[in-house]
Design a protein around this ligand. Structure first.
Ligand code: SF4
Ligand code: SF4
Length: 438
């Protein structure tokens, strides 16, 4: 693709790398075949190629984004299916991340939308605030028909209420909760190996059982698990909303928290059970590349980050599966496209004695995509219906995935139990039956 940047534009250090990415696109259009928004709309502007042209125009002209520009940028799921398909290796991710930042800085959204986005950017990255919001949502659910009439954001408010599960009751186990400390492997199994487990933000409030299962599984394999004091939201949600400064601040907080552990007791890996967060933490080296105080530390942290399935796949675990269920496995985009992990979780589930089936269109997003299912409820709803239909066609006993966003999104559209892969692995190796299985 030809580009036309003036020398003064190329003096901005952000532009040359973006120009290089734009120039690598040969506008062949292969990516359109796997783009969820193009699949639903058939509209070139809603395809990766259409968005690349749009971003190129915004960068070259330096003009402020208009309503017509912001729609296709907002509707991109950042699912990265287009990157997996692209034969030219176009790093689309960098283009869309920059477009989000551009929109946030130079486009004024309607007031109601601004307020909603500001509330989400405050609530979602905070464990405590998000837990409180879940309780509010439980109270507010009967008000959904009234909220639906709120001008401009009614659909988004009702989508938010519909997605919010009941918060975990106080009597439920909370061992995956946010308290810092070390969960030690039993003395008879201990191997002197030590990993950190990301507690993060939304998942800790929505589904504490997931990290509890990961801790039990790792301890059973002789691994000590640290919850580092001070760590929190990975920053991905803020980054995708264009809040670059706050996202980088959050990344620095996490780098500091894990560096204390690396320099203290040492860490073999930083384990992440939410693949959206794992994808972001593996990108810390890029996010903090221009910060001389953090670039090296961020690269060390990023190199240690592992999806839980990636790390557990290399462990010597004994499975004695109590019930050989049929599992429909949904590969989260952040796992298959973001981290290039596709077969590992399925191989693990088979090793654990489950029958694993893959749906058609496994490469297509379920519509969750961080807070996309709140901000773009129509497109997210269409993608969820498509995904759930494909999964249910497999007649599974349960659906498994490795990302809390996908789990919530799919669970809101099906009566089939939806569980995290690590909960099944924990159960098959001696842990409790996952609560979702009843
Ligand atoms: S597949 Fe790659 S090279 Fe082809 S249009 Fe899409 S982004 Fe450009
Ligand atoms: S990231 Fe996903 S939604 Fe966005 S252009 Fe690429 S394939 Fe389409």
């Amino acid at each position: 693709m030809q580009t036309h940047f003036a020398p003064e534009q190329l003096a901005d250090p952000h532009i040359p790398p973006l120009e290089k990415i734009l120039r690598s696109c040969v506008h062949c259009g292969f990516c359109t075949a796997t783009c969820p928004t193009y699949l639903i709309t058939g509209d070139e502007r809603e395809s990766p190629r259409g968005r690349i042209y749009l971003i190129k125009d915004l960068l070259e002209t330096g003009r402020a984004p208009t309503d017509e520009d912001v729609g296709p940028i907002d509707r991109c799921l950042s699912c990265m299916a287009c990157m997996t398909t692209c034969p030219s290796g176009v790093e689309y991710r960098r283009l869309i991340d920059h477009a989000h930042i551009l929109v946030e800085r130079r486009y004024r959204r309607p007031l109601a939308e601004r307020l909603l986005r500001a509330a989400l950017a405050r609530l979602l990255p905070s464990r405590r605030a998000f837990g409180f919001a879940l309780r509010l949502a439980a109270i507010g659910r009967p008000l959904a028909p009234i909220l639906a009439r709120a001008p401009g954001i009614g659909g988004k408010l009702t989508a938010m209420l519909a997605l919010a599960p009941k918060p975990a009751s106080k009597s439920e186990p909370r061992s995956g909760d946010a308290r810092p400390g070390v969960s030690k492997a039993p003395a008879t199994l201990a191997k002197g190996r030590r990993v950190a487990l990301l507690t993060g933000c939304a998942q800790a409030a929505l589904a504490p059982d997931i990290n509890a299962a990961a801790i039990r599984l790792l301890n059973r394999a002789g691994i000590d698990v640290v919850s580092a004091a001070g760590e929190g939201c990975c920053g991905a949600m803020l980054y995708h909303m264009g809040h670059e400064r706050r996202a980088l601040e959050q990344a620095r907080v996490n780098v500091d928290a894990w560096m204390r552990e690396i320099d203290g007791g040492g860490l073999e890996a930083i384990i992440v059970t939410t693949s959206g967060c794992g994808s972001a933490i593996k990108d810390y080296a890029h996010m903090l590349r221009d910060d001389p105080a953090y670039a090296d530390k961020a690269a060390r942290v990023a190199a240690l980050a592992k999806d839980v399935s990636e790390y557990v796949g290399g462990l010597d675990l004994a499975f004695d599966n109590p019930q050989k269920l049929t599992i429909a496995y949904h590969p989260a985009c952040s796992l298959q496209h973001g981290q290039k992990i596709l077969e590992g979780p399925k191989t693990l589930l088979r090793r654990a004695g489950f029958e694993v089936r893959s749906p058609v269109e496994a490469h297509i997003c379920c519509g969750s995509a961080g807070n996309y299912n709140i901000l773009q409820p129509e497109m997210a709803g269409a993608l969820r219906s498509r995904k759930v239909a494909h999964l249910e066609r497999l007649k599974p006993d349960a659906i498994a995935a490795g990302n809390i966003g996908c789990l919530s999104q799919i669970a809101s559209g099906t009566a089939t139990p939806v569980v995290h892969t690590v909960e099944l692995l924990d159960w098959a190796s001696g842990g409790p039956r996952p609560a979702a299985l009843g």
